[in-house]
Design a protein around this ligand. Structure first.
Ligand code: TUI
Length: 314
């Protein structure tokens, strides 16, 4: 497979990004993905500047290849983390859950390529105007904080609306998904859920089991009332959240109910109190594998699918 313009621009071997999953995507996972030829991404999530600096320095020890940092813009530490990535001159910054425009000058002066996650054409155009190198069009099939549109509807509309390259995310976990993303006009893909079960991913074994055992309808979205819809595996946490979400409970109490639930899932694997973020594609994820095997199977799978599509051409 030709690597395409995104991989060319970033100096990586394959057009595959690992999503910046809060509490999950640390230096170990990111370095393993980058070493395997994809783009590993450290998630800043809600962590402070010290944590993010430590993770960046650790990743630099583990790999000489480019890697990125994802900044979750709703984080109370977003400003200080934005400064850390500039000081550390990371190759790539991706952003989620908001509009990164106010940081663009700082990051471009540090020579960072900024690639915002966008849930709509409007956000994609705004990102292009603010100087983004590319955008990640993420459909609501994805895990975590989700937008309204599906990958199938979002990606081609974003590709038509901007002239910077587009990376597709949401609902992709094998070569068929990669081939489909290219067919829609994307130049690379980003995957989260499949990397959850990577050998190098340090989450609790219960979390990995939940992903491997998940079926197609295993996930649900909670948190719409607070304006931050989040997709995760249905369990006691989501059922209880769903029950109280539209009662007269205050926003503060609702937020308090969810507080810490992601950390509990990742570190304690507590099936009752944890929020196990996952995309809808979890039903197809069934093997624990190394990051290298995941990336190589995505690429060889996509090549096979694309080769087979010739039957449709007269
Ligand atoms: O950000 C994600 N996925 C996430 S963030 C997260 S942690 C979290 N913590 C508290 C509340 C909510 C989440 C877990 N998973 N994906 C990228 C993404 N970005 N999806 C949707 C968006 C997005 C939404 C609105 C990007 C921009 C945007 O702009 C709105 C505006 O006008 O500012």
């Amino acid at each position: 497979m030709n690597k395409g313009i995104i991989a060319e621009m970033l100096g990586i071997d394959y057009p595959v990004f690992q999503g910046g999953m809060a509490w999950i995507a640390d230096a170990n996972l990111a370095a393993a993905v980058s070493e395997a030829g994809g783009l590993g991404i450290i998630a800043a999530g809600n962590a402070d500047a010290d944590y993010v600096r430590t993770q960046i320095r650790r990743a630099k020890e583990l790999t000489d290849k480019p890697f990125g940092v994802n900044i979750m813009l709703l984080s109370p530490f977003a400003d200080e983390v934005a400064q850390v990535v500039a000081d550390e001159k990371v190759s790539v910054v991706t952003t989620g859950a908001g509009n990164p425009s106010k940081y663009m000058k700082l990051w471009s002066e540090a020579g960072i390529k900024v690639i915002p996650v966008v849930p709509s054409v409007a956000m994609a155009k705004l990102s292009e105007r603010s100087g983004a190198a590319a955008v990640i069009a993420e459909g609501g099939e994805s895990g975590g904080h989700v937008g309204d549109l599906t990958t199938m509807a979002l990606v081609p509309q974003v590709c038509d609306a901007v002239s910077i390259p587009v990376i597709a995310a949401g609902g992709i976990a094998d070569g068929r998904g990669v081939a489909a993303a290219f067919a829609l006009g994307a130049k690379a893909v980003q995957l989260g859920t499949r990397f959850l079960v990577a050998e190098e991913c340090g989450i609790h074994e219960n979390y990995k089991d939940r992903i491997i055992k998940a079926g197609d309808t295993a996930t649900a979205v909670t948190g719409r009332r607070l304006g931050h819809p989040v997709r995760s595996i249905r369990n006691q946490f989501t059922r209880r959240y769903g029950k109280i979400e539209y009662t007269d409970i205050s926003d503060e109490e609702l937020e308090k109910y969810a507080e810490g639930s992601l950390r509990i899932a990742v570190q304690e694997g507590d099936e009752k109190r944890g929020c196990f973020l996952s995309g809808q594609i979890a039903g197809m994820v069934s093997n624990r594998e190394t990051c290298r095997d995941i990336i190589l199977s995505l690429i060889s799978g996509a090549e096979e699918v694309i080769g087979g599509l010739e039957q449709w051409v007269k």
